[in-house]
Design a protein around this ligand. Structure first.
Ligand code: PGA
Length: 248
């Protein structure tokens, strides 16, 4: 696992966007794993700016998002489909047919999970997976205790995750209690991983990730064993991490 240390959120966003743009330029077809939340919003803004300015094309991109709330339709302002559409997809030339986000409205959630997992495999796996990290170490909605062998599955959201996400809803009661998420194994199988972290809220998570053990009680820790994982984190997020230089 390699760390690219940057000054602040703006630099993190720009560095991650450049990383993705380089891949887009060097590959004819790309399967991107995408994430929602506050962390990647700046990356998406840079991708949009680059698209407008330089015309970097997404015509050959297929995307798979990490997760979706159960019970929210695509049109719901808080669904991750809507987030992706508003924050990225509607601004670039990606075909809506090539966008994949689990449906939290499928009445057969088990088959939704299996089909999603199969679809990723049929596309030859994910080339680059973009990740944020929860303060409890979650990746996607894989909360502490999730098996490292897990595939796409239904999860109950922890109180801390619902509280962290309540800022997007009018009250915490409105935050769904369940979601569909790619599993840890589904994420780990990506050929390349790019994890982003910015700010004080991620300090504890970075210390546990980088100075702690590989354990299912801290889901992101498995990424330390990944052959091609990079963290782009800012100074504030890395404050308190011992021996950052070991990861450079
Ligand atoms: P955030 O969420 O980007 O909104 O901080 C990250 C996560 O919970 O995975």
């Amino acid at each position: 696992m390699k760390i690219i240390e940057v000054k602040n959120y703006q630099e993190m966003s720009l560095a991650a966007a450049q990383y993705i743009i380089n891949m887009l330029k060097n590959t004819s077809k790309l399967t991107l794993g995408l994430a929602t939340g506050g962390t990647p919003q700046g990356v998406y803004q840079h991708l949009i700016e680059d698209y407008k300015k330089n015309g970097t094309s997404y015509a050959q991109v297929t995307s798979f998002n990490l997760d979706e709330y159960i019970g929210l339709s695509k049109d719901d302002p808080n669904s991750y489909y809507r987030y992706m559409y508003e924050n990225l997809f509607k601004h670039i030339n990606i075909s809506l047919q090539q966008i994949n986000i689990p449906s939290g409205m499928n009445t057969n959630l088990q088959s939704e999970c299996e089909e999603y997992e199969n679809k990723i495999h049929q596309h030859g796996g994910i080339d680059l997976q973009l990740l944020g990290i929860g303060s409890n170490g979650h990746i996607g909605f894989n909360e502490p205790g999730t098996s490292f062998q897990s595939k796409t599955h239904v999860v109950g959201l922890t109180q801390s995750t619902r509280e962290a996400n309540a800022r997007y809803f009018t009250s915490i009661e409105e935050v769904p209690t369940q979601a569909i998420t790619m599993g840890i194994q589904s994420i780990y199988k990506s050929k390349e991983i790019l994890l982003l972290a910015s700010g004080k809220a991620k300090q504890d998570a970075m210390v546990k990730l980088l100075n702690g053990d590989v354990t299912e009680s801290f889901p992101a820790s498995i990424l330390k064993q990944h052959p091609n994982a990079t963290i782009i984190a800012d100074e504030e997020a890395l404050f308190g991490v011992k021996d950052v230089s070991l990861f450079r």
